[in-house]
Design a protein around this ligand. Structure first.
Ligand code: GDG
Length: 459
């Protein structure tokens, strides 16, 4: 069997970066087959890089390229994060379209495709990740690679009505069809893409997830990403987890903990969540002094416009709630704009009565799965989950909510806080069995088995 070749913008070359879902999944796959991982070094340079850096760790080879300052600005900050990220999260209002940025995005995809193709051997399995590299399949074909290429989109794919607003929608769809297989997080994302192919590209379905469009044959399937479920359950029982639980326990003083953990991103629905928390305290006075909400929100991509405003909005909302309701010995909403260790998070999840995961739109959302696995089976907390997270297709026993409906969200948080033990246990068992069964290994294996089983290559 050939090597596994992974391509993603960020890699796990830095050991500290191996905690996230993508990093763990790709890392495990590469270690088991002895593969190569291509991506950005994380460094920004003035002149175009003449060569890539390679390093080896545990049998995995990393091939890392720097980005020039212009590439970092146009490819990463602009096209990937200020066009594709908002559009794919249905936020046309936040997109700043730019044909210049698209040109640099195209060039970076081609530059990295050339770098990869030069180092490929026949029989290698190529697995490309995420929205930074939508054009990589086409770019690799142009570089001369004829073998199969798998692509997995970690974020949502919008409905055709939204996707069409992207000035380059046709070029992007055309390029995506040069992949042999495209994996989406949810059936909804998959259907959005296939509907676009059928309606706008004269695409045809051949059954069994196989489509024809632009003269190529492509498999399009749903592969909901999972977590290292047993690893996370174990993390919640470590000493570090217990220490974190003890620390917050001293602050809680017996109050019920409601917890949220999200990168600070407008897709995560944090202002709406804070408003719902305000309404909880407005409408349910019995919660005063008895419930504490803690939101952990490590800042991310703070250089992208929109993130600074989000930070200010959250500061204002938290100030209003704590000003209205806080007391000498009670902070109703604690909002911590910093990151914590994975085991510390697991410990906090374990002692929380309610997990709030209410994105306005999310490809999958791993936090909700981590919250489930961290629970104590004899006294589990309740998951409140947005119906707009990809995970909602799997986790039907959570309390599903529309995060825009803040009044109802406040009501559902109250329902979660007062849910009797037998119902909590019943729901948690159902959720746990799905999260444990469809874990990260299941996801990786299902995708790679399908990719390796493909007997055709695009024409
Ligand atoms: C993208 C898609 C999809 C968060 N704060 C801290 C911390 N985290 C960890 C969480 C979780 C991960 O980061 C976040 O994963 P999510 O899935 O929730 O969200 P995105 O970062 O937006 O991920 C998403 C995912 O890709 C995978 O395909 O599910 O839809 O948007 O693991 O625990 N980890 C640590 N400290 C923190 O403060 N250590």
């Amino acid at each position: 069997m050939g090597r596994l070749i992974a391509i993603s913008n960020r890699t796990a070359a830095d050991r500290g970066a191996r905690a996230g879902g993508l990093a763990v999944a790709v890392w495990e796959s590469l270690k088991s087959t002895g593969g190569v991982w291509f991506g950005w070094s994380g460094d920004i340079v003035e002149q175009p890089p003449q060569c890539a850096r390679t390093l080896k760790d545990d049998g995995v080879e990393f091939v890392l390229t720097d980005l020039t300052a212009d590439e970092h600005e146009q490819f990463y900050l602009q096209y990937a994060n200020s066009v594709l990220w908002p559009v794919f999260h249905y936020r046309l209002d936040l997109a700043t379209f730019s044909s210049e940025a698209f040109q640099v995005y195209t060039d970076v995809n081609q530059r990295i495709a050339d770098l990869v193709t030069d180092r490929l051997c026949s029989g290698d399995t190529v697995w490309v990740h995420d929205y930074h590299f939508l054009l990589m399949g086409q770019a690799m074909r142009q570089s001369g690679w004829n073998g199969s290429i798998g692509f997995f989109l970690h974020i949502p794919f919008p409905p055709p009505e939204v996707f069409r607003a992207l000035p380059e929608h046709q070029e992007i769809a055309r390029a995506m069809c040069d992949y042999s297989i495209i994996g989406f997080q949810s059936d909804q994302d998959r259907c959005n893409f296939t509907r676009y192919l059928l309606e706008d590209c004269h695409g045809m379905t051949c059954g069994g997830g196989i489509y024809e469009a632009f003269g190529t044959t492509i498999k399009i399937e749903t592969y909901p990403i999972g977590i290292d479920a047993t690893g996370f359950a174990d993390a919640a029982k470590t000493e570090t987890a217990q220490d974190a639980a003890d620390r917050i326990g001293r602050f809680l003083g017996g109050r019920k903990l409601v917890i949220g953990v999200d990168r600070m991103d407008y897709s995560k629905g944090l202002p709406e969540r804070f408003k719902a928390v305000g309404q909880l305290f407005d409408e349910y006075p019995e919660t005063h002094g008895r419930v504490s909400v803690t939101q952990i929100a490590p800042p991310s991509r703070s250089k992208v416009d929109g993130y600074r405003e989000l930070r200010q909005t959250l500061d204002g909302l938290a100030g209003r709630i704590n000003g209205d309701y806080g007391d000498l010995d009670w902070i109703p909403l604690r909002y911590l704009a910093r990151s914590y260790d994975r085991e510390e998070l697991a410990g906090l999840f374990r002692i929380a009565r309610v997990g709030l995961v209410t994105p306005l739109r999310d490809g999958m959302n791993l936090v909700c799965k981590e919250f489930i696995m961290a629970q104590d089976e004899s006294d589990p907390g309740v998951l409140v989950l947005s119906e707009f997270a990809g995970a909602a297709e799997q986790l039907k026993d959570a309390l599903l909510v529309n995060p825009h409906d803040t009044r109802n969200l406040a009501h559902v948080i109250h329902t979660a806080l007062t849910m009797p033990l037998d119902e909590r246990v019943h729901r948690w068992r159902a959720l746990r069995s799905i999260v444990a069964e469809q874990d990260i290994t299941w996801w990786r294996k299902t995708f790679l088995d399908d990719l390796n089983a493909l007997k055709f290559t695009p024409v």
